[in-house]
Design a protein around this ligand. Structure first.
Ligand code: HEM
Length: 233
């Protein structure tokens, strides 16, 4: 099948993605030193850089939420069960037998059904879990009236446990994510797309590149398409 180069990741999306990746790597690296898993830069430095990276990530998340809603990109994460089983089977067996991808990446549907579910869970549960437990960790003791007060309703052991559990889950996500990056139509096509913004997408027999797989998405995401076309000009 013929391929066509399509501008799929806009500049903000790429900057957001790589900054987030960098900050999460920094949080994992410093977080597990705080956890005493190893000694690299020293506990105090680890705490200092962990706090800086955490606040930077929170600021980035605020910008990203704004971007997702102003561009309608949040619709990319609406979950669907259509082709979900086929996608899971593809990752378990099909990929090792050179089977074709069960879903096609398109301008209006960048995420396959499994990615939609996983990224939605990441945005709705994992990131909020880390931010909320992290902020509680940071501010459960605070200065008031010349002395140190504590948030009495906070059980720090539970906070530490949830924060650490979330950290392990994020490490697992990062490992799976890095592996899945290599499963595009070539080994490096997904990575290149997130760097340059351009990806080679399959064209239909009539030469048209695909614009969404489900009819209702077509209607809802025309706005996104228009904006992408505008940025391309
Ligand atoms: C985004 C908001 C986050 C905030 C505000 C935050 C804040 C904190 C704070 C204040 C601590 C305790 C430091 C101390 O003991 O003095 C901590 C520990 C830790 N953080 Fe984070 N963090 C965040 C995100 C993350 C992420 C994304 C990861 C890793 C994926 C992570 C991994 C860890 C780990 C492993 C510890 C050690 C936990 C323990 O042993 O009890 N944090 N974090």
């Amino acid at each position: 099948m013929a391929h066509k180069k399509v501008y799929i990741y806009r500049l903000f999306e790429r900057i957001w993605h790589w900054t987030q990746a960098l900050l999460i790597f920094a949080l994992i690296f410093t977080g597990f030193e705080i956890h005493s898993s190893y000694t690299a830069i020293g506990f105090e430095n680890a705490v200092r850089y962990h706090n800086v990276a955490a606040i930077s990530l929170i600021i980035l998340i605020i910008f990203a939420i704004f971007w997702h809603f102003t561009t309608d990109e949040w619709k990319q994460y609406i979950p669907t069960t259509k082709n979900l089983k086929a996608q899971i089977n593809y990752y378990i067996t099909g990929i090792f037998k050179n089977a074709p991808h069960p879903t096609r990446k398109t301008l209006l549907s960048k995420l396959n059904p499994l990615q939609r579910l996983v990224y939605l869970a990441l945005k709705l549960f994992m990131i909020p879990l880390m931010v909320i437990t992290g902020l509680l960790y940071l501010f459960y003791r605070y200065p008031a009236k010349g002395r140190i007060e504590s948030l009495e309703w906070v059980n720090l052991e539970v906070v530490a446990l949830l924060h650490t559990l979330g950290a392990f889950m994020l490490v697992a996500f990062v490992i799976a994510h890095v592996y899945l990056i290599t499963t595009g139509h070539t080994l490096s096509s997904n990575l290149k797309a997130m760097i340059t913004g351009y990806e080679e997408l399959e064209e239909d027999a009539d030469g048209e590149d695909q614009h969404g797989t489900e009819p209702e998405q077509k209607r809802e995401t025309t706005h996104i398409e228009q904006q992408i076309n505008d940025t391309e000009k």
